[in-house]
Design a protein around this ligand. Structure first.
Ligand code: GLU
Length: 476
């Protein structure tokens, strides 16, 4: 294996931006205005833990304020740094534009290994970080709305929401200051699964475009496709679970920190996740092959590769050996710009991160709207829908009886037809619609323009055009 140094994450995102912006007609200087990161705030704060003061470093980067609030997760990881946070903030700008969520791009991070702390310590640290950000309006329902990312989840979002509410006791919209909250703190159904669900919907839509499927050298549907998932965190787990359970894909390998599991008959993500929870890793999982060098499994034969963990895992050192004809970037930035070029030359089709993992922010948008409207989706309509459906069913039954037709609606059909949509169904419907529409836009650009040869460039072009349009409308 080669070991060549590559540009940093932010430089990689910039390289991809530049590749695409060359295809967009912009007034002088606007490309640079869109590309640069508006600001990055570094906060350093001390927390008294175990009898001494420990100092933490955190960031909140705002990439673009062409729309406000700006949006993006907060990551807790030891290697968090300014370059990474800025790259992720930029990706948020393009992601939000692409899936038409009305936000600018932002991202935050705290340098911490959360596994080293007790829950009450993490709460203290998170609240203090939230305080530092909120007092600078870097958490604010109208200006900057964080969400979960790697190393954070519902629990941290609930602490952040509560911290903000304590600091803004008269703000009626306080709950909209952060998304990804638990249901009992103003969250929305379907947010936890949203990014994985979005990956599933993205793949489904891709397979509804036979010409695009053909470009990857594949055919047919998702059923029976061999899938390798790298990273069984929240995103990878849900994507793998739904693809297996609902689309009959076969999860032939799962790559984790301590190695990989391989099985040509398929792995059950629920069982693997439970095993990891009990044993701290995948090693020892019964009945399948274990490969200690997990990264080597990225190069295994499969139909679809889903990198769902860290950035840069597919890079100049291993891109040439990747055998998957189709890669969907469930993580942010898993393929470096150099690797992207190598893969493109090999004819690999890449469904890019700014589209593929946009399910999270899409459902965050629904949660934010729910918080601002102070009512759960479906509450006003559900029973009314049911009453309407019942009218038709009753009329059919009456006709059948009057005319002696002997029609009988199947009980299961009747039950399903009569059921009004609840919040979860509405969230999934909104997410599905978003993912379909965005893919159709990208595919159209990919297929209709002779100067565009890949989905990433197509996605960036659309995102850049939309951000540019919004700047133009403002007169900039
Ligand atoms: N952290 C997620 C992402 O990278 C979600 C962001 C959000 O919901 O605001 O897209």
């Amino acid at each position: 294996m080669l070991d060549v140094k590559e540009p940093g994450f932010r430089e990689n995102v910039d390289l991809m931006f530049h590749r695409a912006v060359a295809h967009v007609d912009l007034p002088p200087g606007l490309a640079e205005k869109i590309q640069i990161c508006n600001s990055t705030y570094t906060v350093r704060f001390g927390v008294r833990l175990r009898g001494k003061i420990e100092t933490f470093v955190g960031y909140r980067s705002v990439h673009s304020e062409h729309m406000e609030p700006v949006k993006g997760g907060i990551r807790f990881a030891p290697e968090v740094n300014q370059n990474e946070v800025e790259a992720l903030a930029a990706l948020m700008t393009y992601k939000c534009a692409l899936v038409e969520t009305p936000f600018g791009g932002s991202k935050g991070g705290l340098c911490i290994d959360p596994r080293k702390y007790e829950e009450h310590e993490l709460e203290q640290i998170t609240r203090r970080f939230a305080y530092e950000l909120a007092k600078r309006d870097l958490i604010h329902p109208a200006q900057n709305v964080p969400a979960p990312d790697m190393g954070t989840g519902e629990r941290e979002m609930a602490w952040i929401a509560d911290q903000y509410a304590r600091m803004n006791t008269t703000d009626i919209n306080a709950r909209a200051c952060v998304t990804g909250k638990p249901l009992n703190s103003g969250g929305i159904k379907g947010r936890v699964e949203a990014t994985g669900r979005g990956v599933q919907y993205a793949l489904r839509e891709f397979f509804r475009h036979p010409d695009d499927v053909k470009k990857a050298g594949l055919s047919g549907s998702l059923a029976g496709k061999r899938v390798i998932v790298q990273g069984l965190g929240n995103v990878g787990f849900h994507a793998a679970k739904f693809l297996r359970e609902e689309d009959d894909a076969i999860i032939t390998a799962v790559i984790e920190r301590d190695g990989a599991l391989v099985s040509k008959d398929g792995l059950d993500p629920d069982a693997v996740r439970e095993w990891i929870g009990q044993n701290g890793g995948v090693k020892g999982f019964p009945g399948v092959d274990y490969v200690e060098n997990g990264q080597s499994v990225l190069e295994m034969d499969c139909d679809i590769l889903i990198p769902a963990a860290l950035e840069g895992v597919i890079n100049i050192n291993n891109a040439g050996d990747i055998k998957a004809p189709l890669i969907i970037e469930a993580a942010n930035g898993p393929i470096t710009a150099n690797a992207d070029e190598i893969l493109r030359e090999k004819g690999v089709v890449i469904i890019p991160d700014l589209y593929a993992n946009a399910g999270g922010v899409t459902v965050s948008y629904f949660e934010w709207v729910k918080n601002l409207s102070h009512i759960r989706f479906g509450r006003m309509q559900r029973r009314n829908e049911e009453a309407h459906a019942l009218l038709l069913v009753k009329e059919l039954e009456r006709l059948s009886a009057d005319k002696g037709l002997g029609w009988e609606l199947k009980p299961d059909f009747k039950r399903r037809y009569l059921q009004g949509a609840d919040e979860l169904q509405l969230v999934r419907s909104g997410l599905d619609d978003t993912m379909r529409k965005a893919y159709q836009d990208i595919s159209e650009t990919w297929n209709s323009r002779s100067d565009v040869h890949d989905l990433r460039t197509a996605a960036f072009i659309l995102a850049i055009e939309r951000v540019a349009a919004s700047y133009r409308a403002k007169g900039l």
